[in-house]
Structures are given as structure tokens and as C-alpha cells.
Write a protein that binds this ligand. Structure first.
Ligand code: NAI
Length: 469
């Protein structure tokens, strides 16, 4: 196998940035250059005060140690490609918005453009690694493009190396991954390329955690893992609806169920619904794949995981309206949290967006606070979620503030949309004195101590609990 000394990563986003920063940290003998077309993003990665473009606990410390030593960020994509022996393709693969497969299939345009760039500028042989989450058999298309455009003497070996990090815990996930998965063609060259990449990870990952499989299995495993994780959430959320209707408590049910060693306790928390850039996109991708393979029953099975999530979000909005005496028109609602989960500033597919959209369509006034999400991002998300409403009108109904306490002042209801730790530590006594009465709390993340809040005087609704407010 080729010994890798220079790595280029195309795409400086949530995956490319942290992943390759950690590779640089753990492999001081390898030069790692992360390239992106987005100048603002690269500038932020290079900023003197480490105001990085993404928030991820522990990330700044990693970048501080490696940047300028063997970790570089640049917009010179071609130079990055030319110099590298191994190239990660870590570009975005969103759901297609138009054309064939719109709403389901992955938009592979960015992957294709990056691949074509590699073919156009490479003067020497490269190992090209698919890091983005892609439909099964995308590596085949990449290989065809590379081989059709390569210079004589230039060899391209394609690997699939899907990323399993979770936003919010990316750095610890990368430091000690459950597994690293590498897929390759089962030819000698494929296996050699696989060996080269394994050796990179072996600098810090125990050998037995580096799994090597065929290309297609590797691609499909990433979709499968996300589909099964999301399925657990949709299963527990479906049960939460039964809990609310019967008086059972989803916390107790999940605890009892999770004690079964075959099921296990993790990822069984009911919530207002899952979000993030991956779960929905990857399941829809699997649905599309199943349909293309003429497996309609399989497609319908996975589609239901996404439908249950939509149901959970709208069910929660409806609970808020129903509880506030069947109308929220003109009422003041605080939404705590806008990121799709705690410890990230990422809002892609955040359930908070759907909630705020629903509240706006009922003509409520909404005040939003999130510890990490930029104000400009919130306006972008709301404008996208309410395409028929001009932004000036949205701005008349929505206020963005800088603290939870400020958000809750003079409100009729508080909606907890993200499980930020700081919301657990709010001084609820103070909040209560400044709210309109009756003061309602809707906990979409099972975060608060409902009994303690009731003692203060709040009316509390927690997802998955059948108690009366
Ligand atoms: P992102 O949108 O944060 O980053 C992608 C970056 O690629 C952008 O900065 C974009 O400017 C850049 N880019 C696109 N085309 C380019 C080109 N031709 N040349 C240079 N740069 C280009 O996306 P994110 O979240 O990092 O996701 C990347 C991939 O990783 C996706 O396929 C996603 O499904 C997958 N993934 C994401 C995870 C997550 O937690 N966000 C976890 C595991 C996988």
C-alpha cells in the first residue's frame, strides 16, 4: 500500500472540517489541507481568533494545535488536489429539490463536480475517498468519471469511508469511534488502497475497530445505520403519543424497554422529533433507492419513519394550541432553542423551524433564543419555511433575543425545542414572576423537572406524559 503523506479534503463543512482536523492532530507526519469553494467558510477556519464556521465542543482546541503545523485551510481546490496522495470528498449531498427523484433522491451534483475537478487537475495517481453520504453504487459513477478523464499513468482508486460522527459530540466520536468503515473493490489494488487509508486511522484507532468491507456494503451501511437510528426515535415517539393518551410515561416505558439487552438503553428518548441534515435525507435516499430497485414494500416501510417524525412535530404544535384554550392568535410564545440538537449551531431540518412556522401560521408572536445559532441563520430558515410570507412580515411576528430569561418575559407560554443544558439551569422562579398567567411550559425535550415547575405555579406539558396540566 502507498504510504499517505499528503491528504486533501474537499469540503470544509460539519464533516470535512472536524474529521480532517482530527486526522491532522493525530497524524503529525501527514500534511492535511482542507479546501472549499466558500471563501467565507475558509476565512473563518483561518481566523486569527479561531471564530470557526461551526460550533462543536473541543473543535477549537484541535484546530489550535494543528493549524499552521500540518493542517491548512484554503480555497485553492486545484492545488490541494494536485499535491495530495489521498483525497476525501466531503461535500454536501442534500435532497434533490427538482427533477427526477425530487424530494427523495440525493443531489449528487456537488460530488460529481468535485470528482470532475479531481480528474481535470490530477497529474499523479490518487486514492479518492467518498466521505459524503451517498446512495449505493455512487463510487461506480465516480470511478467512471475519473477513468474517462484521467491522464495516462494516473491511477484512481476509489474507497468508501462514510462518517459516523454525530454533531455535538463530533470530536469525542472522532477520537474514539465505535468503528471506522472502509469499503473498497475486492481487487488487489482496491485492497491496497484500503490498507493505505487503514494505516492513517491506525495512528489512533484500534485495529479491531477498523472494518473493511466491499464498496457497496460500505455505502449502504451508512444509510442503514442512519435509518435504524431514526427508526428508534420514531418508534419511541410513536409510543409517546400512546403515553399521552393513556397516562403512561414514556420515560418509564423507554427505561423498561431499554433494559432488555437486545434493545439497549441508548437513543430511546422521546422528543418533538428528530432533525439534522442527515436522518431525513438519508432515509428518503433509501426510500428512493428501494423504489428504483422495484421494492415498493421496503420503500413504504422506511418512509413511515419520516412520516412519524412529521406527525410528532405537528402533534406537538397542536398540543400547544389545544392547551392554550384552542387559540394562540395574538399570544406571546417563547421558543427556547433553535438548533436541531444541543451543542451545535446547526439548524438544518430543526424541529424548531416547523414549530415556529406553525405558530406563525396561527398568528402568534414568537420570541426565539438559542445559545449558538446566529440570528441571520434563523431569518434564513424562517424565510425558507414560510416561502409565501415576506420576511418583513415574519419580522413583525418574530423577535430574536440574547438570553432565555429575556425570551420568557411577559409571555404566555414557553416551548422548549432544543435540549441545551443551560435551559435546565434557568431560574424558573424569576421566569414565573415575569410571565402572564396562567404560565405554560411545553417541554419538547423532557428537560425540565415538571413537578418542581408545577410547585412554582407553572402549567407544564412534557412530551410523552399523560398528566393533565
Ligand atoms: P456542509 O454543507 O457543512 O459542507 C460541505 C461543504 O462542501 C460546503 O462548505 C461546500 O461549500 C463544499 N463544497 C461543495 N462542493 C464543493 C466543490 N466542488 N469543491 C469544493 N468545496 C465544495 O455538509 P456536511 O454536513 O459537512 O456534510 C457533508 C457530507 O457528509 C454529506 O454527504 C452528509 O450527508 C455527510 N455526513 C454529515 C454528517 C453531519 O453530521 N453533518 C455526519 C455524517 C455524514
Amino acid at each position: 500500500p502507498v504510504k499517505v503523506t499528503k491528504i486533501c479534503c474537499i469540503g470544509a463543512g460539519y464533516v470535512g472540517g472536524p474529521t480532517c482536523a482530527v486526522i491532522a492532530l493525530k497524524c503529525p507526519h501527514i500534511t492535511v489541507t482542507i479546501v472549499d469553494l466558500n471563501q467565507a467558510r475558509i476565512d473563518a477556519w483561518n481566523s486569527a481568533d479561531f471564530a470557526l464556521p461551526i460550533y462543536e465542543p473541543g473543535l477549537v482546541e484541535v484546530v489550535k494545535q494543528a493549524r499552521g503545523r500540518n493542517l491548512f485551510f484554503s480555497t485553492d481546490v486545484d492545488k490541494g488536489i494536485k499535491e495530495a496522495d489521498l483525497i476525501f470528498v466531503s461535500v454536501n449531498t442534500p435532497t434533490k429539490k427538482s427533477g427526477v427523484g425530487a424530494g427523495f433522491a440525493a443531489d449528487l451534483n456537488y460530488v460529481e463536480l468535485a470528482t470532475r475537478r479531481i480528474a481535470a487537475v490530477a497529474h499523479s495517481s490518487k486514492i479518492v475517498v467518498e466521505k459524503s453520504t451517498v446512495p449505493c453504487r455512487t463510487a461506480e459513477s465516480m470511478r467512471t468519471i475519473l477513468e474517462a478523464n484521467s491522464r495516462p499513468g494516473c491511477r484512481f482508486d476509489i474507497l468508501s469511508n462514510p462518517e459516523f460522527l454525530a454533531e455535538g459530540t463530533a470530536i469525542s466520536d472522532l477520537f474514539s469511534p465505535d468503528r471506522v468503515l472502509i469499503g473498497s473493490l475486492q481487487t488487489q489494488e482496491g485492497k491496497d488502497a484500503c490498507g493505505s487509508l487503514s494505516d492513517v486511522y491506525a495512528n489512533w484507532v484500534p485495529k479491531e475497530r477498523i472494518l473493511t468491507v466491499g464498496l457497496w456494503s460500505s455505502e449502504l451501511s451508512k444509510l442503514a445505520a442512519n435509518a435504524m437510528l431514526a427508526q428508534r426515535i420514531s418508534s419511541v415517539n410513536a409510543l409517546s403519543a400512546i403515553c399521552e393518551a393513556t397516562g403512561a410515561n414514556i420515560d418509564e416505558v423507554a427505561h423498561a424497554v431499554g433494559f432488555d439487552s437486545r434493545i439497549g438503553p441508548k437513543f430511546l428518548r422521546a422528543s418533538v422529533g428528530f432533525g439534522g441534515s442527515c436522518f431525513q435525507k438519508d432515509i428518503l435516499n433509501l426510500v428512493y433507492l428501494s423504489e428504483s430497485l422495484h421494492l415498493p414494500q421496503v420503500a413504504a416501510y422506511w418512509r413511515q419513519v419520516v412520516e412519524m417524525n412529521e406527525y410528532q412535530k405537528s402533534r406537538f404544535s397542536k398540543t400547544v394550541v389545544d392547551t392554550l384554550f384552542n387559540t394562540i392568535t395574538g399570544k406571546q410564545i417563547a421558543v427556547l432553542g433553535f438548533a436541531f440538537k444541543a451543542d451545535t449551531g446547526d439548524t438544518r431540518e430543526s424541529p424548531a423551524i416547523s414549530l415556529v412556522r406553525d405558530f406563525l401560521s396561527e398568528r402568534a408572536y414568537v420570541t426565539i433564543y438559542d445559545p449558538q445559532v446566529e440570528e441571520t441563520q434563523i431569518w434564513l430558515d424562517l424565510a425558507e419555511a414560510c416561502p409565501t410570507v415576506p420576511l418583513e412580515l415574519i419580522k413583525k411576528q418574530v423577535t430574536i433575543v440574547k438570553s432565555a430569561i429575556e425570551a420568557c418575559k411577559n409571555k404566555e407560554a414557553i416551548v422548549i425545542a432544543t435540549e441545551w443544558k443551560e435551559f435546565r439551569e434557568i431560574d424558573w422562579h424569576t421566569v414565573y414572576t415575569h410571565m402572564n398567567k396562567p404560565a405554560f411550559v411545553f417541554d419538547g425535550r423532557m428537560l425540565v423537572d415538571a413537578d418542581a415547575l408545577r410547585q412554582i405555579g407553572f402549567k407544564v406539558k412534557v412530551i410523552g406524559r399523560g398528566e393533565r396540566v
